[in-house]
Design a protein around this ligand. Structure first.
Ligand code: NDP
Ligand code: HSE
Length: 432
């Protein structure tokens, strides 16, 4: 019998307790042995009792789990950095295999966690940390291991995808949809990490490290959130054949240099990720052998996330039954350069309010031209008698050149305001 010690019986922990109970027979048959819950660490015992967990199994002391010789696998689902980090390290040093869904922790302390797992010859699995119920870490590490991965682009945050979908389909504004998302329990009480892009940044740091075999941490990821997106931008995106999505992007260039970024982007309406709506997540991967593939599903929630955690518990249990560990450990065996955003190039959408009089467009075009920014298209909308809204799309340009042009433009009397600047992504695919 494989015995599990669970840390945290909140949303995901409850899903794990339920799944290990409701599918116990199937899980035992697939694993080759029963998997049972032995102890649960939880400061609010009621949460566990409501799930039918016996009171004798509940503890508030981590030592009751890490010092229990019967426990094979510790499942960390309390979240955050501390005490989760110390608890995991303690568990590994006590010879326990570890499963976690904690993206916050892996995105900053992945290297230490893997090193401790290796030193103690234990497995460390974390499928649920990226895109909840969608299998993506296992496929990248195993099923796609024969490929050179070229890029991974994800819609990795359900809250922001829900907000952008509602703004696009129902014409709602940002604040009202955010309030609705909080009411429905999609967004956190403090949604900063979701709308600011940091939740997606943690997830793409994890995926980049695996895809390119080189450690990428949260600090390495360029992050922009969705708070600046307005219904105007969404309307123009639609008019031009795009949708706006918060994308988490990582790519490797021919020199083996990595880029990792999270920002809103204009995505061609025929891109596979463009149809991923509401709270759904998806991860689009391009490998040199497999070509384009997309993984789609629920990126959060009790049972979907529980599904990924239980999958990891089963995989480790199989390893235990075959007396093997670290079969698939840390895959970061290289130390690749991570490019700064200013070293990258992109196509851009620029929306600006300008004076509507002769010579203005020529003046603006001149500034872009002087800074090596080539314009692909211009749309002009007259808003008031003497004011116009300009919507420009650039060719692929250096980030630095675009920033230099915008600095000059902001100082010109003919430019009222640079309203928004959004990158285009996915325009180089053969379909476009
Ligand atoms: P919850 O806040 O719902 O659950 C955490 C539970 O752990 C709470 O019951 C909490 O108690 C308890 N807890 C926290 N610290 C301690 C402690 N020191 N000792 C004892 N109990 C403690 O979080 P989630 O289930 O939503 O998330 C768990 C992990 O899964 C996080 O790392 C999260 O990022 C990740 N995740 C979550 C997803 C989701 O859909 N929710 C999706 C993918 C990943 P209290 O309520 O008193 O704080
Ligand atoms: N807050 C996250 C989301 C939950 O909105 O996707 C899953 O990490």
């Amino acid at each position: 019998m494989i015995k599990v010690g669970l840390l945290g019986c909140g949303t995901v922990g409850s899903g794990v307790v339920k799944l290990l109970g409701q599918n116990a027979n199937t899980i035992a048959n697939r694993t080759g042995d029963e998997i049972v819950l032995k102890r649960v660490l939880e400061r609010n015992a009621d949460k566990c009792l409501q799930l039918g967990v016996d009171a004798s199994m509940i503890t508030g002391d981590i030592n009751d789990i890490v010092n229990d010789k019967d426990i094979d696998i510790v499942v960390e689902l309390i979240g955050g950095i501390e005490p989760a980090f110390s608890f995991i390290i303690q568990a590994m040093k006590s010879g326990k295999h570890v499963v976690t869904a904690n993206k916050d922790l892996i995105a900053v302390k992945g290297a230490e966690l893997f090193a401790t797992a290796r030193e103690n010859n234990v497995d460390f699995y974390f499928e649920a940390s990226v895109a909840g119920g969608i299998p993506i870490i296992y496929p990248l590490k195993q099923s796609l291991a024969g490929n050179e991965i070229k890029e991974v682009i994800g819609i990795l945050n359900g809250t922001t995808n829900y907000i952008l979908t509602k703004m696009t389909k129902d014409g709602q504004d940002f604040d009202s949809v955010l309030a609705e998302a909080q009411k429905l329990g999609y967004a956190e009480a403090d949604p900063t990490s979701d709308v600011g892009g940091f939740d997606a940044a943690r997830k793409i740091a994890i995926l980049a490290s695996i895809a390119f075999n080189s450690r990428v941490t949260l600090d390495d990821v360029y992050v922009e959130g969705i708070t600046s997106i307005t219904s105007q931008d969404i309307k123009y995106a639609d008019e031009l054949g795009y949708v706006i999505k918060l994308l988490a992007i990582t790519k490797q260039d021919e020199k083996g240099q990595i880029q990792a970024r999270v920002h809103p982007a204009f995505l061609p309406a025929n891109h596979p990720l463009a149809g991923v709506n509401d709270v759904f997540n998806a991860v689009f991967v391009v490998g040199d052998a497999v070509g384009e593939i997309m993984h789609y599903g629920r990126g959060a929630g009790m049972m979907p996330t529980g599904s990924a955690v239980v999958g990891d518990i089963i995989e480790i249990s199989r390893n235990i039954l075959h007396n093997i560990s670290i079969r698939v450990g840390c895959t970061c065996y290289e130390n690749k350069k991570i490019l700064d955003i200013n070293e990258l190039s992109a196509k851009f959408y620029i929306r600006m309010t300008v004076k509507d009089r002769p010579g203005v467009l020529a003046g603006i075009a001149g500034v872009f031209g002087n800074n090596n920014v080539s314009i692909a298209s211009v749309l002009q909308k007259t808003t008031e008698s003497d004011r116009a809204e300009l919507i420009l799309i650039t060719h692929k340009v250096q980030e630095k050149d675009l920033k230099d042009s915008l600095t000059v433009l902001k100082g010109m009397s003919i430019v009222g305001k640079i309203d928004n600047v959004i990158r285009l992504e996915g325009t180089d695919r053969e379909d476009n």
